[in-house]
Write a protein that binds this ligand. Structure first.
Ligand code: F6R
Length: 241
């Protein structure tokens, strides 16, 4: 695992966006795996700027988002699709047909997960997967458990994750308790992985990740078996290592 330290969140976002832009320049029709959450917001901001001011084009890029809340349709304000639209897609030249998402409203969830897996495979696999990390070490919505699922699946969110994600919802709204997520195997099939961790609240998870052990009790530890992972962290997240 390669480590890149940055001073703060701003530098981390800049570095992450440059890394992603480098991938697009190298292979304009690349397949990107993308996360939502707070961590990548700065990176998406910089990407939009690179598109608007430096001519970075996403016209040939395909994206595959890691996860989506179960029960939320694309047009739901709190869906991850809507998050991506607001923070990236509507500001760049990506083609609608190249945006791939789980359908959170699919009736047959198993079939939906198959469809998504098949689409990734048919597109030639993910070239670069960008990830955030949960405070408890979750990746996508692969939460700590006795065992992990390798393929895309429906999963229960951990209590801690529901609490952490409450900030994206209005007070009276409930965070959905289930989500569709890529499995750890889906993620590990990516050619390269860039994991972002920022802030004090991720310091414990980063410390755990440094231990050279692999356990489903700490899903991020599975990234240790992948040959091309870069961990990009800021000073606060690196506090305990
Ligand atoms: C989001 C996702 C999650 C987040 C993680 C960190 O699509 O898959 O695993 O990356 O929960 O979230 P933030 O960045 O909000 O701390």
């Amino acid at each position: 695992m390669r480590l890149i330290f940055t001073d703060n969140y701003k530098m981390l976002s800049l570095r992450a966006a440059r890394y992603l832009a480098g991938q697009i320049e190298l292979k304009p029709d690349c397949n990107l795996g993308l996360p939502t959450g707070s961590t990548p917001l700065g990176m998406y901001d910089v990407l939009v700027r690179l598109h608007q001011e430096e001519g970075l084009s996403l016209a040939e890029v395909s994206t595959f988002n890691l996860d989506e809340y179960q029960g939320l349709g694309r047009d739901h304000p709190r869906s991850y699709y809507n998050y991506m639209k607001e923070n990236l897609f509507q500001h760049v030249d990506i083609k609608e047909e190249n945006i791939n998402f789980f359908d959170g409203t699919a009736e047959d969830i198993e079939q939906e997960c198959h469809r998504f897996e098949n689409k990734i495979a048919a597109s030639g696999g993910i070239d670069l997967m960008i990830l955030g990390i949960g405070r408890n070490g979750h990746i996508g919505f692969n939460e700590p458990a006795e065992e992990l699922r390798s393929h895309s699946h429906l999963t229960e969110l951990a209590e801690e994750t529901i609490k952490a994600n409450q900030r994206f919802f209005q007070e009276e709204e409930e965070v959905p308790g289930q989500a569709l997520t890529m499995g750890m195997g889906t993620i590990l099939k990516s050619d390269r992985i860039l994991l972002l961790a920022s802030g004090q609240s991720k310091a414990w998870a980063v410390k755990e990740l440094m231990k050279k052990r692999v356990s489903p009790r700490f899903p991020a530890s599975f990234l240790r078996v992948h040959p091309r992972v870069t961990l990009l962290i800021d000073q606060e997240a690196a506090d305990k290592i």
